[in-house]
Write a protein that binds this ligand. Structure first.
Ligand code: SF4
Length: 271
């Protein structure tokens, strides 16, 4: 266990207690990627839509991601993700623009991502058998997908593995171990915000830490807060100060900051 997380826990037990209560409240909120993937009864489609969601999940708030995925799924449901002929670029772009507007920086790449995931599915079908292959083969095939990212530690691949493995509402609950408790999880934006605003204080702010240190320390916190299920910490903290419809999602869900276990320490608490 990281010594800085242990010192933080000793110095700020109220934040640890509040965070654990926050996790209990938010652990039941469905993950938008899993929510959309689970609309399909076919496990191949579920796996394919998790992969698509994880690749598209960049520069998007959780609500925007949800709107985008629901819109794509409505327009091109289930196996339309990989059946040919593939949707035209303009159809994919228009669907996304109608859902979230045209300001998303990855809009131009979205058709390529959609086609690339479809191509991946056609090459590796059935995904219910592909998913049983050795880990290194899974990683090798996943990083061929456009915009998945080729550089280790492959955060989007980790995000796929987390969602394959975790039980609903966090994941698909595929029966195999993709990540052990010792493996680091990808860091959702909410967890990064938590570390920056409420996590261990240091002479160097969280935003200036090295990528390795951010991953190591934040994962140490996930494990400290929820030793049996660090992925639950990651999932619940993804909602911390996340943009909601009009206010922060955490405010909207709880009705008021005064009902929040982090009320005392959160710098954005509304009095
Ligand atoms: S903004 Fe309010 S609801 Fe959200 S974490 Fe802070 S105190 Fe809790």
């Amino acid at each position: 266990m990281s010594s800085s997380i242990i010192s933080f826990a000793n110095e700020s037990p109220h934040i640890i207690k509040g965070s654990q209560a926050f996790i209990q409240k938010f652990k039941i909120i469905p993950d938008p990627i899993v929510q959309v993937a689970s609309l399909h009864p076919d496990p191949n489609a579920q796996i394919a839509w998790v992969i698509l969601g994880c690749v598209l999940n960049q520069y998007l708030g959780l609500l925007e991601l949800k709107k985008l995925l629901f819109a794509l799924n409505h327009e091109f449901p289930g196996d339309r993700l990989w059946y040919t002929p593939v949707p035209k670029s303009i159809e994919i772009r228009t669907t996304i623009t109608k859902a979230i507007g045209a300001a998303w920086p990855n809009l131009d790449y979205a058709p390529g991502i959609f086609w690339s995931v479809g191509d991946f599915v056609r090459k590796n079908f059935p995904l219910t058998e592909w998913i049983l292959k050795p880990q290194n083969e899974l990683i090798h095939s996943l990083i061929q997908i456009y915009y998945m990212g080729k550089k280790a530690p492959h955060p989007k691949v980790l995000a796929c593995f987390q969602r394959f493995q975790a039980k609903a509402p966090l994941g698909l609950g595929v029966h195999r171990v993709f990540l052990s408790k010792k493996d680091d999880l990808a860091l959702p934006m909410g967890a990064r915000r938590f570390m920056g605003f409420m996590g261990p204080t240091s002479t160097i702010p969280f935003s200036k830490w090295s990528t390795e240190k951010k991953i190591k320390e934040t994962n140490a916190l996930f494990r400290y807060l929820s030793p049996d299920s660090p992925e639950m910490s990651a999932h619940a903290l993804s909602f911390f100060l996340e943009k909601g419809h009009k206010k922060f999602f955490c405010q909207e869900l709880q009705g008021s900051c005064k009902a929040c276990p982090l009320y005392r320490d959160c710098p954005y608490a509304e009095v």
